[in-house]
Ligand binder design. Structure first.
Ligand SMILES: *Cc1c(COP(=O)(O)O)cnc(C)c1O
Length: 396
């Protein structure tokens, strides 16, 4: 059994705060500070440029990729780390589009805007006669037709937590000759993912949500080994070249997923991510999922029981959810602000959704009960009508 008291003890969790926003930004791991000090003092400070070799900075994107790969069901050597999720999504989509002559890229309206915007930009400028088709999440399967070349989905809906069945949709897509791109932003570190088992073609994700790598920590990209030596790179950065230090005039992609590297890796942030990933050593993903379901069910029951004005925006069945619970309410923004003032941190997504991330590495049953009590008090006192709580900030 995974010791979740031990994993919780590895995070900085201020007294009096209940942090239910790890689906947006994971909290600070204690190990991060020491890791940052080591990279500054022992590596950058002492070695300066020598760190690329002596501290194996140049190998970090791939070693971190393998550690994340274990959490998402990727084999060793199939995942690399760097750049941002939006960029990784662009790369994966471009590579997938290059594998098909069909004209339609299919996605759903539950996808995160950045993924849709990146696809729109890519297709507008480089897609020739290709276009993006956006259908409702529940219509995706029926929309897998012979016109569709690429299926680009985020597995878990950032607003509702609704989860797609990756294995089933990938299998259906492949039957129809469609290449798949999965965004695991709200999957990696949230529950078991089996990329290899599902046969996914490309996958991308970020590391600052459930993986706790810190604000702006680098993203990851997975390329199925059957495609990795042929995948088009499009963003032909020098570090994806087969021999970066040969400084050849023409681009020649590296074999394997290393070709998806672009430019110089962000070493400081990668060392912090490495410390955050240490916490996952010894964590069983099936234990993690069992705890996520138990905490989520407890939260849903406690909140719905006492607050008839709130409706569940997430699917009721645990197998249809990721690891977040969302409710709808007219004054959702005010409720979230009132909760934050009480130390219960969730977040708001327009127009009327309040989101609560359940992160089994550190969230506990007592926190869930206390958060539900706070919600009931905010609802009963209508604290959400307080003008102070209704003023929109830049980041919601
Ligand atoms: C969080 C998230 C992003 C954010 O992308 P960045 O480039 O890291 O800002 C993109 N897509 C999805 C699905 C997300 O959940």
């Amino acid at each position: 059994m995974t010791d979740f008291d031990a994993t919780r003890a590895r995070f900085v969790l201020p007294d009096g705060q209940i942090y239910l926003d790890g689906n947006s930004l994971g909290p600070l791991p204690f190990g991060a500070e020491a890791a940052m000090r080591r990279v500054l003092e022992d590596e950058w400070g002492r070695m300066a440029i020598g760190g690329w070799n002596r501290a194996d900075w140049m190998g970090l994107p791939d070693t971190l990729g393998d550690r994340i790969g274990r959490l998402v069901g990727a084999g060793p050597g199939d995942t690399t780390v760097g750049d941002t999720l939006s960029i990784r999504l662009f790369q994966a989509l471009a590579a997938a589009v290059a594998m098909t002559d069909r004209k339609v890229v299919l996605t759903d309206s539950g996808n995160f805007p950045s993924d849709i915007y990146m696809a729109q930009g890519f297709l507008k400028h480089f897609g020739r006669d290709r276009s993006l088709r956006i259908v409702a999440p529940e219509e995706v399967e029926a929309a897998l037709t012979e016109e569709v070349g690429v299926l680009m989905l985020t597995q878990v809906d950032y607003r509702t937590g609704r989860r797609h069945d990756m294995a089933a949709l990938t299998a259906r897509a492949h039957e129809m000759g469609i290449v798949t791109v999965w965004d695991l932003a709200h999957s990696a570190g949230a529950f078991e993912v089996d990329l290899a088992g599902a046969g996914a073609d490309f996958a991308v994700g970020c590391t600052y949500k459930y993986l706790n790598g810190g604000p702006g920590s680098p993203a990851f990209i997975y390329v199925a080994p059957r495609h990795a030596d042929r995948a088009e790179t499009v963003l032909n950065g020098w570090l994806g070249h087969a021999a970066p230090f040969a400084f050849e005039q023409d681009y020649r992609p590296a074999p394997g997923v290393a070709r998806m590297r672009v430019g110089t890796p962000a070493i400081l942030q990668m060392r912090v991510l490495e410390a955050a990933l240490d916490i996952w050593d010894g964590v069983s993903m099936s234990d993690l999922r069992a705890r996520s379901v138990a905490l989520s069910e407890r939260f849903i029951a406690a909140v719905l029981d006492r607050n008839p004005a709130l409706t569940l925006a997430s699917p009721r069945a645990p197998e249809d959810r990721g690891s977040q619970v969302s409710f709808r309410f007219e004054h959702a923004y005010g409720v979230i602000q009132a909760l934050i003032a009480r130390g219960v941190v969730g977040d708001f997504r327009a127009p009327d959704i309040m989101r609560f991330g359940i992160a089994p590495l550190y969230n506990t049953g007592d926190e869930i009960d206390a958060a539900a009590d706070h919600i009931a008090e905010v609802m009963a006192t209508q604290a959400y009508l307080n003008p102070e709580y209704r003023m929109k900030q830049r980041v919601t």
